[in-house]
Design a protein around this ligand. Structure first.
Ligand SMILES: *Cc1c(COP(=O)(O)O)cnc(C)c1O
Length: 398
């Protein structure tokens, strides 16, 4: 039995971090790590960003919590800025990604219900998807490893293969309310939906009279070099779930929707005790101050290009370690030849953090504030990690 009185749901790396600054984390014993995991795409502005620290401290002196029984000016402000910057007209704030998805799913079902189309409640999702760990979102994600042992799967989710358009079309019935997808799968292994296909999917939804719901919990808020990943394809969804990067490390999510898609969500249909809490709003607004600054997304794209070129060169030198580089912006996947956890381990030995994903991929999700020099430092460490695996493999076969 473990000596720690926690659920044993996580297999944790035995490293204890004490503080962070930008892209760097420091352990209790003073070892510095380059953090290209960023709390799984959460620390969008790195650790201890002065503007975020200031925003949180200032709000902490005023008010922590009110409930949604009263006006919260920070919510109105953040909702106004998010709707001005996106397709959306309405926002509902949550504390996590899964809750933003729950709100998105409820909004889509309720839309059809409020129009008298009460039989339309089913949601189509893609194989390899990840939408969270609540009972509805594990049903939406459809992954057996997350569903097993938790009783009957929540009804109303139909999963289709990742790249089978015929199966997708065939799955749409008169009971279908919406299609829910990540424009760029995160946990599934940094698997992008080509722009052209996303446009075709938008058209398919329009033709079938169903809503397009995007999960941009991981790909959103500047991660791919646009404010949201779907912008690359030039389409807009009807509903979108956002979290992770929007809070920069403070628990915050949001469900965004058009006026029409949100029309069924009238008084009393949904709620959250903490959602939109003044502390979260102060931090969310501070994150947007930085990300919406002129030139910020250009910086993300510049650093992403350095990473892309550097990784391609490393792949050329170590084809026995790296099989493929993919992704967009600073949402990067390295598909490895050996089990992906070996590269994650070798990088950790080089004092660099990354995240394993599906399809044998190692995810790089550095803070969006990572500088070109820090990106080059990261590349040097990845190269050293690849060399470890490459030579150790040769040593074994020799
Ligand atoms: C992380 C993630 C979620 C779940 O977010 P939580 O905050 O863990 O509930 C949902 N969708 C995607 C794409 C994610 O990456």
């Amino acid at each position: 039995m473990s000596s720690v009185s926690l659920y044993e749901t996580y297999v944790r790396a035995p490293i204890r971090f004490e503080r962070g600054e930008g892209v760097w984390l420091t352990t209790e014993d003073g070892t510095r790590y380059l953090d290209f995991a960023a709390g799984i795409a959460v620390n969008s502005l790195g650790h201890a960003h002065p503007h975020l620290v200031e925003a949180l401290k200032t709000q902490a002196d005023k008010l922590w919590h009110l409930s949604n029984l009263y006006d919260i000016p920070g919510q109105e402000e953040l909702a106004r800025r998010l709707t001005e910057a996106t397709f959306a007209d309405r926002a509902f704030f949550t504390n996590s990604g899964a809750e933003a998805l729950e709100c998105a799913i409820k909004t889509a079902r309720r839309y059809h219900h409020s129009r008298g189309d009460t039989g339309r409640f089913r949601i189509i999702t893609f194989e390899g998807a990840f939408h969270g760990r609540t009972l509805a979102t594990i049903a939406a994600g459809g992954q057996a490893k997350y569903l097993e042992g938790f009783g009957p799967k929540v009804e109303g989710f139909d999963q289709v293969p990742y790249d089978d358009d015929a199966a997708l079309k065939a799955a749409i019935t008169e009971e279908t309310a919406a299609l829910l997808i990540e424009p760029l799968q995160g946990e599934g292994g940094i698997r992008p939906i080509p722009d052209e296909r996303l446009r075709a999917i938008r058209q398919l939804c329009d033709d079938a009279g169903i809503l397009l719901v995007l999960d941009e919990v991981q790909s959103g808020v500047g991660r791919t070099g646009k404010l949201f990943a779907h912008e690359w394809a030039g389409i807009t969804p009807d509903i979108m779930a956002v979290a992770k990067g929007i809070g920069g490390g403070f628990p915050l999510g949001v469900c965004l929707a058009t006026e029409e898609a949100a029309s069924g969500m009238v008084a009393g249909t949904h709620g959250s005790t903490y959602g939109g809490n003044p502390l979260a709003m102060a931090v969310g607004n501070a994150v947007l101050d930085v990300i919406l600054e002129d030139g910020f997304l250009d910086h993300v794209r510049d650093v992403a290009l350095v990473m892309k070129q550097g990784l391609a060169a490393i792949q050329d030198r170590y084809p026995d370690v790296i099989d493929e580089i993919r992704g967009r912006g600073l949402m990067i996947g390295i598909r490895t030849v050996m089990p992906n956890t070996e590269l994650v381990g070798a990088m950790r030995a080089e004092h660099m953090l990354s995240v394993p994903a599906g399809d044998n991929v190692v995810r790089l999700l550095p803070p969006l504030t990572t500088s070109v020099e820090e990106a080059r430092e990261g590349l040097a460490r990845i190269e050293a990690a690849a060399a470890r695996l490459s030579s150790s493999k040769k040593a074994i076969s020799a």
